[in-house]
Design a protein around this ligand. Structure first.
Ligand code: CS2
Ligand code: MG
Length: 400
């Protein structure tokens, strides 16, 4: 079997997605997600201009050899653009291999270790009443676990909180959000106290600090949230400084989740080997694909750390499907983030995976179980869109 064509499809059914479609001389094709939110064209060019020419004529069954050739052959290693491009190739080749085998991908990863995949959904509110309504909506959809994000007194626009008014600006340049760490640290424990009063002690709750705290601030927040028994506090501090998590770990028993912006195992070296975190968050799409992510989960398992694959709306159904196959197969599964997608996205990417009463299943279709409706995809042209940036009250740029 040989690869005879590979194309990069940009589409924007509600938001931008980058998809790689690999075609073989036996008529079997495979899909991979290469979406990097805010930098999509960089990955599209990396694939079109540098990777696709190297794939033509190669054997799609040689997944590991192709992966190693793309990783080592580039000389310039790691990074979100490189690893998203390699991820798309890796997943497309696993899709082809599983289709040829006539099996759903999870069967090639060791078969099912569970019957279904537990998820968590997103609830948010500018204030507590609005937050409660959002939590109730996620509970009505069956989510067994809920991430809580809220506004911060005195701030206009905060990560993870839907706003009524459209953001100001030209709709292309990054929206500017404002931030005040002290106001956030003062208000968040009060929010979780109100949530526990309203919804009781058993509801599984998570929170994403989104990289905004120093290690000692993260330690303080982790300790202040202990009475509210969170499933995890996510991205409590920018974790390029892996050593910083030692300080956080010394002060709090609140479980920690980190890694959605990490793209190789080396980003986790200290965090995992010293058990400084409890969940690894990388997505198939950003971590180089199924092949390296399953290796990361095996490394994490040696240190009693579990998976928690990143699953916001900017991971396409292709990347989500690959994640769910891994979720079903690995032993040290923790939880799967599932923000869901728009109806238009589901129409562009018809898929076999199902979401029922808060749990996902990849389905039994051969391959990863996702198709790409190319004509419909073309009806949603790519439109430049940036992630917001964050500024402190004095105008200093801060982590978003
Ligand atoms: C967030 C993401 O889902 C999460 O945990 O951190 O929504 C993140 O903000 C986006 O994926 C960035 O593109
Ligand atoms: Mg996050």
């Amino acid at each position: 079997m040989k690869i005879v064509d590979a194309k990069v499809v940009l589409t924007s059914p509600g938001r931008n997605f980058v998809t790689l479609k690999v075609e073989t001389d036996e008529g079997v094709s495979g899909l991979g997600d290469a979406t990097l939110n805010g930098r999509e064209l960089a990955v599209a060019s990396y694939l079109r201009d540098h990777v696709v020419p190297l794939l033509l004529g190669t054997d799609p069954h040689r997944i590991e050899d192709t992966w190693q050739s793309l990783y080592r052959g580039a000389y310039w290693r790691r990074g979100p653009v490189t690893m998203a491009a390699i991820a798309a190739v890796d997943v497309a080749l696993w899709d082809i291999k599983a289709k040829v085998a006539g099996l759903p991908l999870y069967q090639l990863l060791g078969g099912a270790s569970r019957d279904r995949v537990r998820t968590y959904g997103h609830a948010s509110g500018r204030d507590v009443p609005q937050l409660f309504d959002s939590i109730r909506a996620r509970l009505a959809e069956g989510y067994p676990a809920i991430r809580v994000q809220t506004g911060v007194p005195g701030l206009k626009r905060v990560y993870g909180v839907q706003q009524d008014a459209a953001p100001s600006g030209d709709g292309v340049r990054p929206v500017v959000e404002d931030w005040d760490t002290d106001a956030y640290l003062r208000s968040l424990p009060r929010v979780f106290d109100a949530v526990r009063q309203e919804f009781g002690p058993d509801l599984v709750l998570l929170h994403d600090a989104h990289h905004r705290l120093t290690p000692i601030q993260a330690a303080r927040l982790g300790k202040d949230l202990e009475p509210y028994d969170l499933f995890w506090l996510e991205d409590c501090t920018p974790a390029e400084n892996q050593d910083g998590l030692r300080l956080v770990r010394r002060h709090t028993t609140t479980p920690l989740a980190i890694g959605e912006v990490f793209n190789t195992v080396f980003d986790y070296q200290t965090l995992v080997s010293e058990q400084l975190i409890d969940y690894v968050r990388s997505a198939v799409t950003h971590f180089g694909g199924v092949s390296p992510l399953r290796k990361l989960f095996d490394f994490a398992a040696q240190h009693q750390i579990k998976s928690a694959i990143h699953g916001p709306e900017d991971i396409s159904p292709v990347g989500m499907a690959a994640a769910i196959h891994l979720d079903l197969a690995i032993h040290n599964f923790g939880i799967q983030e599932y923000a869901g997608h728009t109806e238009q996205t589901g129409a562009v990417f018809p898929h076999a995976y199902t979401f029922t009463d808060g749990y996902l299943h990849p389905g039994e279709a051969a391959g990863i179980g996702v198709e790409l409706e190319e004509e419909l995809a073309a009806a949603y042209p790519y439109a430049p869109a940036y992630l917001p940036i964050n500024r402190l009250q004095d105008g200093t740029v801060h982590d978003w």
